[in-house]
Design a protein around this ligand. Structure first.
Ligand SMILES: NC(=O)c1ccc[n+]([C@@H]2O[C@H](COP(=O)([O-])OP(=O)(O)OC[C@H]3O[C@@H](n4cnc5c(N)ncnc54)[C@H](OP(=O)(O)O)[C@@H]3O)[C@@H](O)[C@H]2O)c1
Ligand SMILES: [Zn+2]
Ligand SMILES: [Zn+2]
Length: 350
């Protein structure tokens, strides 16, 4: 059977323009390419940032969506990790340079490749074709960023692991969260709710930190031991000197280092994964020195971390909170996402 040459997907042609269901060209096949009939695609905050041009002018038209799961329908001659008929998934990264001289790719940190990072959407493949994401019926990508979905995870659940899941699992694991840790999770959205689930499964005490009181009950249901509203000085004061880690997935532009650094126990770690369009404020050398705080970031996760996360999820039974929409209702789902309604991840279904 000859390979398909096009797909249908929700295309965004410009900021504030409605998405349109249109036919577009699939990228060219090669030895490593994998074709997928998409069954499920999660909606990530990054999809919205991209369509809204928050990070600079995107390569419109864009078809976003990088929490993709589906059925493998075709593989290139060098593909060994998945086969036709497998349930497979891909996250926010679809390509890297793989060169031995690349200190990221050669050490298993393909997610930090500076030479040829191909985003699952709004990116460019080495042959010049544009990359398109999962608000669509079909996807073609590279097997080196495609994962077989474990038997005990449905595609609906698994898709959200590939971005929200690993973006929070990766840094919590890397920074050794364990039963001695006290972890504050800031921003209880798609990423933040995973942050609570993972940190609890790693044995930590977890405090949900939200900018309002609306998610109190559901955060405790997720497993958080406590819930604080970040504008409430009194409840913040309760944790002065207590946190070993803060995982920041979202915060307002009124963020101040002084407010959060004083919450750390000695040598605390502030891990930022949120990607707003504005910059963090300056931090004084004195505050940095006298707290010995480590401030770091994290980008999705490496392929090895994705595999590790899937094993950890299978072992611990971590499952996200999802709500589903038919793919045809993607515009409504995006509008509801922007209104802050998800509890906690929306998944589009074909
Ligand atoms: N580093 C990476 O590799 C990576 C990967 C995926 C996504 N991201 C980024 O991570 C961020 C979160 O993504 P998501 O999918 O979890 O989005 P989301 O579901 O919208 O969650 C973000 C949360 O941040 C808080 N927040 C948002 N705006 C705020 C504001 N103005 N003031 C205070 N709090 C605010 C809200 O939680 P509360 O209401 O509880 O405060 C919100 O639920 C996005 O910027 C996304 O681009 C980064
Ligand atoms: Zn994402
Ligand atoms: Zn590289």
């Amino acid at each position: 059977m000859s390979a398909p040459t096009t797909f249908h997907g929700w295309l965004c042609h410009g900021k504030d323009e409605p998405m349109k269901w249109e036919e577009m060209k699939l990228r060219a096949e090669d030895d490593y390419s994998v074709d997928m009939d998409i069954t499920d695609c999660g909606i990530c905050g990054s999809d919205i940032h991209t369509m809204d041009a928050n990070w600079g002018q995107p390569r419109y038209p864009v078809c976003v969506g990088h929490e993709i799961a589906g059925i493998c329908t075709r593989v290139g001659s060098k593909v060994r990790n998945v086969k036709v008929g497998d349930r497979i998934g891909v996250g926010a990264q679809s390509g890297s340079c793989h060169r031995p001289e690349c200190t990221a790719c050669s050490t298993g940190w393909e997610n930090l490749c500076r030479t040829q990072f191909t985003g699952t959407y709004n990116g460019v493949w080495p042959n010049g074709d544009k990359s398109y994401g999962g608000y669509a019926d079909k996807w073609r990508g590279d097997c080196r960023f495609v994962f077989k979905i474990p038997d005990n995870l449905s595609n609906e659940v698994a898709c959200t692991f590939f971005c929200a899941g690993v973006t929070t699992y990766g840094p919590l694991k890397r920074h050794n969260v364990n039963s001695d840790s006290v972890v504050g999770v800031m921003g209880i959205g798609g990423l933040g709710h995973y942050g609570i689930l993972w940190a609890k499964a790693m044995g930590a005490k977890v405090v949900a930190m939200s900018h309002n009181d609306k998610k109190h009950d559901v955060a405790l249901e997720l497993g958080a031991d406590d819930y604080i509203v970040t504008s409430d000085a009194e409840s913040l004061a309760k944790y002065k000197g207590k946190f070993s880690h803060i995982l920041c997935t979202g915060t307002g532009q009124d963020f101040k280092w002084e407010t959060y650094v004083r919450l750390f126990s000695p040598n605390g770690i502030f891990i930022n994964v949120g990607l707003p369009e504005w910059n963090f404020p300056d931090i004084s050398p004195m505050l940095l020195a006298m707290s010995q705080v480590t401030i770091c970031g994290s980008a999705i996760g490496s392929p090895a971390e994705i595999e590790d996360m899937l094993r950890f999820a299978a072992k611990t039974g971590v499952k996200p909170y999802l709500q589903t929409y038919p793919m045809k209702d993607a515009p409504q789902a995006v509008a509801d996402f922007k209104a802050g309604k998800p509890r906690f991840r929306y998944v589009l279904k074909n």
